[in-house]
Design a protein around this ligand. Structure first.
Ligand SMILES: *Cc1c(COP(=O)(O)O)cnc(C)c1O
Length: 463
């Protein structure tokens, strides 16, 4: 499979190339040149497969030429063997119309593990082959950092520098990062916001003094391999609910548009999907874009669902490219305009193309709390704040009565215990597999929020 940039001016790469590159050189994001398609019969034949085998089957067309079927199968067994539930992503029924797809049974309690556990293994595999070293630099508002650190700790030929905004991630989230003691893991607390940290990471990628010395890699969802791994659970859920015979709808708590874009990919590959609901909190740029074509960034508001407190959703560019005619030159121009003014209008083709499959629902704090309360009182299910926003989206959307609605449960409620306790009166316990998180020693460096300080630290500590 060949991959092209959404901005049309970066080299075409194979799967190994895009996995190690992250962002394309022209500032765009890599997407497959064309979508592989499974027939109805091929999808039916996937019923009943264990998750790791389903994963290998769904992903094989994307890795073609870089990994054989057998090796891919081994890596999937290894990645998904670390999940605490045999089904990896179990489906739980709430009422006659609604299900939740639990994506939080991995080592760090959020859906990011599903992709990052595999990505850590892919890095190791490809770096050994190329006899090369990779320095990952990332910024996190909480969940990506812990999942990425767990995925690469003690792996060969790769090291990770993870920036988080000092004092602005939850205790559980911080400790999941800072109590991992491995020589290749560097935690940095930045005196500043998540946006400051992310801006520094983008500068590192463009800094020739750094890139001439270190090969810099990415673990956020600009990395294609992450989205690819997330396509699998759309197949898993739909197959259990009667697919491909019966169409299913998904409601997805959305920030950077990575998870829900994976649903679009599943549909392109032939999985019958009725609707994808983009569920946002009050940081609603995607809701405005989908409902009236207005993609304009405002100020970020802090909410009880911090992993969705995002104004610019990187992966939306992949959708605009795919439904807007796959014209990299035109999209590069449109995105340049957005970078200057922080606002743009979707073209008619982009809007119409997106609305074939997507719809959107915005939830404020009281919508979120009501959904959490409803699930707790009527269904005995404690949801985290992100998942509750997804459920609100599923409840609001109007669909034919025979279409099951699946809300993606993106985090374990214990990861956001304070918000859950406020809405339900119940304080969820950390699962036993987290061990003695609050007794383990922490290690991290606090740096001033300046680019120079971060850059000097990375150059000094990189292996
Ligand atoms: C990252 C994250 C999201 C948002 O996912 P995107 O792929 O960025 O849209 C939602 N919920 C939780 C708990 C997350 O960690």
């Amino acid at each position: 499979m060949e991959y092209v940039s959404t901005r049309g001016a970066a080299p075409v790469l194979d799967f190994e190339g895009v996995t190690l590159a992250g962002l394309a050189q022209d500032g765009g994001l890599y997407v497959p040149r064309e979508w592989p398609r499974f027939s109805h019969t091929e999808i039916t034949a996937m019923r009943g497969l264990p998750y790791a085998r389903l994963a290998a089957r769904v992903m094989q067309p994307f890795v073609g030429g870089c990994l054989g079927a057998e090796r891919l199968g081994e890596l999937c067994e290894q990645a998904y063997g670390r999940f605490a539930h045999r089904a990896v992503t179990p489906l739980v029924q709430l009422d006659e119309r609604n299900w939740v797809l639990e994506l939080f049974h991995g080592p760090t309690l959020a859906f990011k593990d599903v992709a990052l556990q595999l990505l850590g293994l892919l890095f190791e595999e490809f770096l050994a082959r190329e006899k090369s070293q990779l320095t990952i630099v990332g910024a996190t508002s909480g969940d990506t950092g812990s999942a990425a650190i767990d995925a690469v700790a003690n792996r060969d030929n790769v090291e990770i520098f993870m920036l988080h905004p000092a004092g602005r991630v939850s205790d559980v989230q911080r400790r999941q990062m800072t109590t991992v003691r491995a020589a290749n893991v560097h935690n940095i607390a930045i005196e500043g916001s998540f946006d400051d940290a992310q801006a520094m990471v983008k500068r590192i990628f463009a800094d020739e003094t750094v890139t001439s010395r270190l090969r810099i890699g990415a673990v956020n969802s600009i990395n294609w391999a992450r989205l690819m791994a997330q396509v699998v659970y759309y197949f898993a859920a739909a197959l259990q609910l009667g697919g491909p015979e019966r169409k299913v709808a998904f409601s997805v708590p959305t920030g950077n548009f990575g998870d829900v874009f994976a649903g679009h990919v599943a549909a392109r590959m032939g999985l019958p999907i009725e609707k994808l609901v983009v569920a946002t909190n009050v940081n609603d740029i995607l809701h405005r874009a989908l409902s009236d074509g207005d993609y304009s960034a405002g100020e970020v508001t802090s909410t009880a669902s911090p992993s969705m407190d995002i104004q610019v959703s990187s992966n939306f560019e992949r959708l605009l490219f795919d439904v807007g005619g796959r014209d990299g030159v035109a999209l590069a121009e449109q995105m340049r305009g957005f970078d200057l003014t922080r606002a743009m209008r979707l073209t008619e083709a982009q809007s119409q193309g997106a609305l074939d499959l997507f719809t959107s629902v915005r939830a404020d704090a009281s919508d979120m709390a009501s959904a959490m309360d409803w699930a707790s009182r009527h269904c005995g299910q404690i949801l985290d704040p992100h998942t509750a926003i997804g459920l609100h989206g599923a409840q609001q959307v109007d669909l034919p009565a025979d279409v099951p609605k699946v809300t993606l449960a993106t985090a374990h409620p214990a990861k956001f215990r304070d918000a859950v306790e406020r809405a339900t009166g119940f304080r969820p316990a950390l699962p036993a597999r987290m061990g003695h998180l609050f007794e383990r020693e922490e290690a991290f460096e606090t740096l001033p929020g300046t680019y120079e300080a971060v850059r000097a630290y990375i150059l000094e500590h990189a292996a």
